[in-house]
Write a protein that binds this ligand. Structure first.
Ligand SMILES: C[S@@+](CC[C@H](N)C(=O)[O-])C[C@H]1O[C@@H](n2cnc3c(N)ncnc32)[C@H](O)[C@@H]1O
Length: 203
């Protein structure tokens, strides 16, 4: 069982996570076009908070997360109508599994990338998941001193956004833009800025 499995049932009890998702949804809405035909994939969706915020602006939702606890919470939200009927919940880790054949108009990811040790192959898969003209929106921690997760964390201490933008260009996406500080996460009396990176699949 992953630590995310343990935390899934009470994840939404933290109001700062709900506000974070709402703020990032606002930033995404301001940055990319959304329509009632937009096919959305949220990667590393957790309990699906970001998709809940975007639901009224898109056509269909697919929520992917390797944590069974998180997927159970999302499946319950679909059952009770907190996420739209027909939303799909996928068990997917693109660092170990191939991309399913489905394609999307919008791929979003919030606070997930820094948990993935080898980012470029996952970015390549997310780029491939887009149809031509589709958009990628990634929100995550700006490079920090390691205090966000503390000792023993094996992921990334946030990202140097210029380096991440280069990696996104290298997987074939265009119009890469970074909004440097769209939200601050407060933890242990410190503030950690989140960036929003957006990009478009050419075509
Ligand atoms: C910090 S949580 C963020 C959850 C949600 N996006 C939010 O903002 O509330 C990170 C999520 O990434 C998922 N995750 C961890 N490793 C992953 C991977 N390799 N691929 C996709 N998701 C992953 C975890 O299961 C967890 O749900």
């Amino acid at each position: 069982m992953s630590s995310f499995d343990d935390r899934a049932a009470t994840w939404d009890d933290d109001p700062t996570k709900v506000v974070r998702a709402r703020t990032i949804a606002d930033a995404i809405r301001a940055a990319v076009p959304l329509t009632q035909h937009t096919r959305l994939l949220e990667y590393g969706a957790g309990t699906g908070l970001l998709s809940e915020e975007l639901a009224a602006d898109v056509g269909s939702i697919t929520l992917a997360d390797p944590s069974s606890g998180m997927r159970n919470v999302m499946a319950t939200k679909v059952e009770v109508g907190r996420l739209p009927a027909g939303s799909r919940v996928w068990d997917l880790d693109l660092s170990t599994a191939p991309l399913p054949p489905d394609r999307f108009d919008l791929v979003v990811s919030l606070m997930t990338l820094h948990h993935i040790p080898d980012v470029p192959p996952v970015l390549a898969a997310l780029a491939e998941a887009l149809d031509p003209g589709g958009r990628l929106c990634v929100a995550d921690l700006v490079a920090e001193d390691g205090s966000f997760h503390g000792e023993g964390f094996e992921g990334h201490r946030g990202f140097v956004t210029e380096d991440l933008a280069d990696q996104v260009r290298e997987v074939g996406l265009a119009d890469v833009e970074v909004r440097a500080r769209v939200h601050d996460v407060e933890k242990n009396r410190a503030r950690y800025p989140l960036f929003l990176l957006t990009a478009r699949r050419p075509g």
